[in-house]
Each structure stands twice: as structure tokens, then as C-alpha cells.
Design a binder for this molecule. Structure first.
Ligand code: NAP
Length: 354
């Protein structure tokens, strides 16, 4: 474990939103990073963070260190070497390259650049080696800084669940149906009139993201490029009346014969670089398997590993693809702010940032 005598100043973009608030909360107890700047939309810029934000997390108020920070406008200049972006996609498309060009290491939650061929789409437990794209990115774009993305909030737990299976058995095909929380749509997200007593069977672009991003994340890094994993993937996404925690019902076809017990053993044995390096935000274990018939549940399991572990249950044979299971992840922690923090921690630990 490395130690820092002085914490690294960081900025949060879109700091008043659902993901932005998670960043502010998680940074308030971070041993390596110190919140130095926050940005918001033009309509709130100039206010103190404590005035501008309507705090929606279970903790009763924003952490004291954030309250007095001025909320800067979206294009503000500031000194923090590390930037965490919780901007809407259209804004991120404009602002994130500007910040990388100014020399910042930008860790983004937005989908704008996830599939760009020179941008790492990273989950440190899976593909920390994809950070090798950064050298090409900086050279070709002429950036003194860099841009690193984390996946869509449903993709993260699906890809994490598949990783030990891919390593041990190979994964050929995957079919997934998600039940996604309303916080995944930001605030106010889906109108209460539309989601209470209801399931909405469509989330724009989500199915495509799960299919493509999973292939890139599990892909191979070679010669400064990613070859996507040849997994045939098919996703259906629904929005359900849950506040936080996305469930995914997954069927998989593996590359060789295995029993449910073999899958469970592979998940339970899984340890990766963030756990070995004891990164501050890394859960240990990253994957929890529950054997009760009625788990995982968003209400009961989303905070496992401080919201950073994924929880798998209902592991059983599938008549179509061989195996099926249900996996849960906390969408604004493991699926967003925590994912960016872990990416930044890995690059600091590898000496690429900081
Ligand atoms: N929610 C999730 O579970 C989740 C998971 C993974 C990734 N993401 C991605 O993370 C990003 C943020 O999502 P979110 O759920 O936190 O959204 P959100 O709750 O709507 O928050 C968006 C933030 O961006 C600011 N903003 C809005 N318009 C802006 C503009 N024109 N210029 C500058 N700032 C602007 C908002 O400021 P105001 O408060 O002033 O409106 C707010 O701080 C999105 O790209 C989303 O796709 C979300």
C-alpha cells in the first residue's frame, strides 16, 4: 500500500447531481484525495456548494469540507490535477477534452468517449492494463492530460461477474435482463407518476451500452489497441421503482463444461490488482456470492463492501445457455462515483497520475 504525505487536490464536475453528490460524500473520507474545486451548471454557479446543492443522499447534509466551496461554472479553470466528471453526456463531450488539453487527468462517468479507440474503459479488477491506451491517447491528441472512463452503471456488475468465468471457462454468449433503479436516471429521473405501480421496459441506449461496453472491457490490450472479447451479448433493460441498486438476470454459455459449484468457486476465489494493492476504495472481496434463495435484493445487499462489492445469487442451470444467475450492484457507488475513484487510485498507485 502506498502512502501520500499530502493529499492530491481533486475537482468534481457536475457536483450537485446524483453522481456528483456520491463523489462529494466518498471524497470526504478519502485518504489520498482532497476536494479542492466543484463545478455545476451556469444556473447555480457563484453560489456556495452548501447553498447550491439539494442533498439527496441518506447522510443528512453534505460533508463540512464541501459546504463553503464556491460552485464554479462549467468551463472554469482550477488547479486540481485529478478531475472527476459527473456531467451529462452532451456537456461532457465538450468539457472533458478541454480539461485533458489543459493537463488534467479526467475520470469520466459520461458515455461520450467510452467507446473511443484511444480511451480506456476501465474496471480495475478486470482491465487495468487498458491504461496502456493513455500513451497513444496523449501522443495522438497532443494532450498533456488524459481521459479515462468507467462503464455504464449496469455494465459494471455484469462485466465483473463475467470476468472470473471468462478466465476459468471462457464465455461465448450472454443474455441479460436488467431491473434498474430510478437514481440511474439522475435527479429527478423518471416522474413518480410513471414509475410507481409500474415497470418501464425501455432505457434509451442502455442495451447497446451493455452489449458493446462488456466486449470492450473484457477485450485484449495489444499494440496500443483493444480487441473486443468475442462474446455474443443480448440485453433487455427495464426501470423499476427501486431507489438505488441495479439487478441483472444473466444467462451465460461458457466455453467448457462446468457445474454451478464451479462458477461459485471461481467467483469466491477472485482477487485482482485493487485488492492486492489494497486501494482505498477497493472492496475485498469484490464479488460476494449468496446462497439464500431470495438474494441478492437491492434494499438488503446494495451496500455490501461499502457499495463497492457486487452480490451474486440464484446460481443455477439454464436450459438455454447452460448457467444463469442474478447480480446486483450499487449504481451510484460501484456503478459511478466509486468506479471513477478506483480508476484514479489505480493510476496513482501505478505512478501514471499524481
Ligand atoms: N446516476 C447513475 O447511476 C449514473 C451511473 C453511471 C453514470 N452516470 C452518468 O453520470 C453523469 C451524471 O449523472 P447523474 O445521474 O448524476 O445526473 P444528474 O443528477 O442529472 O446531475 C447532472 C449534474 O450536471 C450538472 N449540469 C446539468 N447541466 C449542465 C450544463 N449544461 N453544464 C454544466 N453542468 C450541468 C447538474 O447541475 P444542476 O444541479 O445545476 O442541474 C448536475 O450537477 C451522466 O453522464 C450519467 O449518464 C450516472
Amino acid at each position: 500500500m502506498i502512502s501520500h504525505n499530502k493529499r492530491i487536490p481533486v475537482a468534481v464536475l457536475g457536483a450537485t447531481g446524483m453522481v456528483g453528490q456520491r463523489f462529494i460524500e466518498m471524497l470526504s473520507r478519502h485518504p489520498w484525495f482532497e476536494l479542492a474545486a466543484v463545478t455545476g451548471s451556469e444556473r447555480r454557479a457563484g453560489q456556495r456548494y452548501g447553498e447550491a446543492v439539494t442533498w439527496r443522499l441518506p447522510s443528512s447534509a453534505p460533508p463540512p469540507a464541501a459546504l463553503e466551496l464556491p460552485l464554479l461554472p462549467p468551463d472554469a479553470e482550477f488547479d486540481a490535477p485529478i478531475v472527476f466528471s459527473a456531467l451529462p453526456t452532451d456537456v461532457a463531450t465538450e468539457i472533458e477534452p478541454l480539461l485533458a488539453a489543459r493537463g488534467h487527468a479526467v475520470f469520466s462517468n459520461a458515455s461520450s468517449y467510452r467507446m473511443a479507440s484511444d480511451v480506456p474503459l476501465m474496471i480495475p479488477e478486470i482491465n487495468g492494463d487498458h491504461a496502456g491506451l493513455i500513451a497513444r491517447q496523449r501522443r495522438e491528441r497532443g494532450w498533456p492530460g488524459m481521459l479515462i472512463t468507467n462503464p455504464n452503471c449496469s455494465t459494471i456488475q455484469i462485466a465483473l461477474a463475467l470476468k472470473p468465468l471468462a478466465d476459468s471457462f471462457g464465455v461465448k454468449r450472454m443474455q441479460v435482463t436488467t431491473l434498474q433503479a430510478i437514481s440511474g436516471a439522475g435527479y429527478p429521473g423518471v416522474a413518480s407518476y410513471d414509475i410507481l405501480d409500474n415497470v418501464v421496459p425501455y432505457i434509451s441506449q442502455e442495451e447497446e451500452k451493455i452489449e458493446r461496453e462488456t466486449q470492450k472491457i473484457l477485450g485484449r490490450f495489444e499494440d496500443e489497441a483493444i480487441t473486443p472479447a468475442p462474446i455474443v451479448a443480448s440485453a433487455q433493460c427495464t426501470r423499476v421503482a427501486v431507489r438505488e441498486g441495479h439487478l441483472a438476470c444473466v444467462s451465460v454459455e461458457l466455453g467448457r463444461d462446468a457445474q454451478s459449484a464451479d462458477l461459485i468457486a471461481a467467483w469466491r476465489a477472485f482477487r485482482a490488482e485493487p485488492q492486492e494493492r489494497k486501494l482505498p476504495t477497493a472492496p475485498d472481496p469484490a464479488i460476494i456470492v449468496r446462497e439464500e434463495a431470495d438474494r441478492p435484493q437491492p434494499l438488503r445487499d446494495r451496500d455490501a463492501g461499502n457499495g463497492m462489492a457486487i452480490v451474486i445469487g440464484r446460481v443455477r442451470p439454464c436450459a438455454l445457455l447452460g448457467h444463469k444467475f442474478i447480480v446486483l450492484g450499487h449504481n451510484t457507488v460501484r456503478g459511478a462515483a466509486g468506479a471513477s475513484l478506483l480508476n484514479a487510485e489505480l493510476l496513482v498507485a501505478q505512478g501514471i497520475v499524481g
